[in-house]
Design a protein around this ligand. Structure first.
Ligand SMILES: Cc1ncc(COP(=O)(O)O)c(C=O)c1O
Length: 394
């Protein structure tokens, strides 16, 4: 991050703070499009970062939305309804009813259980509206339904008079670092789609595929992403299936636009170990697998300094738990109270997946950086009232 931008942030804002660089985010989406086969469309899984959705309404083809709260964010951000895919393992019936009655243009609903199929069928008939559905194929967990259940639904397709079976959705997990695994999934889906056509004459108009593309969070884990995307694209281009394919991505789109700034507020040496206490902590920094204490994530220190005559510091957060270790034994020269660590690649999951209510600490400010200008989009938020017995509730 440019020094003048860091100075501007620190002059006008408290730490800890998240900054999401929207120009970088748009560049990232462009990079993905340029390096993936043109056949693919992009769906952004908004769980990765809900603060950026409005900014990329024109940059992605779809938004995957998994809860009433995420839907409200899309509504208030005026996301194009046709781009919304209502997904999720629990679809609150009253909320789905509200969506169907108030926003008939919503693009798609996924079906993750027999219950959900029944719900969508009943509501579509009750309100006499056509609903586009994607049948989610399970990968062997609580999400989606079995191949046989999909086959059964397709066999009885005509009885779901107001449901339009657009195709299949599939997601089997994140941080897939090898194309070998992805290729296996491509082959599996290709074969399944061919079987649906052969057995039921069902031509799936589309496949929505959560590929779980990896983000390399830690130093030394860099990889040739262009080659990775090329290989994946070849796999897609070689499919027998000729319908539309949309890939659902969360972290691969959002991670790189994020910066998390946290300040050293205290330092000490206990039993020969150096400890720097930061005003943030692990409740704000969720990298995949929570293994970061043992590895060095990509980060900068401000003011910048040469790395001569370093000492090793344990960077600790401000939660009162021994687990609040951000990094162990990080080499820093002349560490001072007031120094700021800027953690990169923090644009996905950090601000939503953390244990934010622990210790009743404030939620950090969130700012968007656009063409060099910083725009505060969430003030710091006091959480203590959420953790407090309220004796005046009626
Ligand atoms: C259905 C679905 N699609 C896409 C994603 C996004 O995954 P990632 O952030 O690894 O791209 C998730 C994440 O949990 C998901 O559940």
């Amino acid at each position: 991050m440019k020094q003048e931008i860091i100075e501007n942030i620190l002059k006008n804002h408290e730490t800890p703070i998240y900054v999401f660089d929207i120009d970088k985010l748009k560049q990232r989406i462009k990079f993905l499009r340029e390096n993936l086969t043109k056949r693919l469309e992009l769906c952004y899984a908004i769980k990765a970062n809900t603060f950026i959705v409005k900014e990329i309404n024109d940059d992605v083809d779809r938004f995957e939305v998994c809860s009433p709260g995420e839907y409200s964010i899309c509504e208030e951000s005026e996301i194009t309804p046709e781009k919304i895919v209502i997904s999720g393992v629990y679809k609150t019936p009253s909320v789905i009813e509200h969506m169907i009655t108030t926003n008939p243009k919503i693009g798609r609903y996924t079906v993750e259980s027999q219950e959900q199929l029944k719900l969508l069928d009943e509501l579509s008939k009750k309100y006499n509206v056509k609903l586009n559905v994607l049948l989610r194929l399970t990968s062997g967990n609580q999400f989606g339904i079995n191949e046989e259940d999909i086959e059964e639904a397709i066999a009885k397709k005509d009885s779901y008079t107001n449901l339009i079976f657009e195709g299949i959705q599939y997601f089997s997990g994140t941080q897939k670092r090898t194309n070998k695994r992805l290729q296996k999934e491509i082959d599996y889906l290709d074969e399944f789609l061919a079987r649906l056509e052969e057995k039921y004459g069902f031509i799936s108009k589309e496949l929505e595929f959560g590929t779980g593309f990896p983000v390399h969070y830690f130093q030394g884990e860099e990889f040739d992403e262009v080659e990775f995307l090329k290989e994946f694209s070849n796999g897609i281009d070689n499919m027998k299936y000729s319908g539309k394919i949309v890939i659902e991505l969360g972290r691969s789109i959002a991670a790189s636009c994020g910066y998390y700034l946290t300040k050293v507020v205290d330092k000490k040496t206990n039993k020969c170990q150096n400890y720097a206490i930061l005003d943030g902590g692990i409740h704000h920094l969720v990298y995949y697998g929570q293994t970061m204490a043992m590895k060095f994530p990509h980060l900068e220190i401000y003011p910048s300094r040469d790395n001569k005559s370093t000492q090793e510091w344990n960077l600790m957060g401000s939660l009162c738990t021994v687990n609040d270790i951000i990094i162990k034994q990080y080499p820093v020269s002349n560490l001072q109270v007031g120094d700021v660590f800027i953690f990169k690649n923090t644009g996905a999951y950090c601000m939503t997946e953390g244990i934010s209510l622990f210790l009743s600490r404030e939620l950090p400010e969130v700012a968007l950086l656009k063409v060099g200008e910083l725009k505060l989009v969430r003030k710091a938020y006091k959480t203590y009232s959420l953790n407090q017995a309220n004796y005046y509730i009626n």
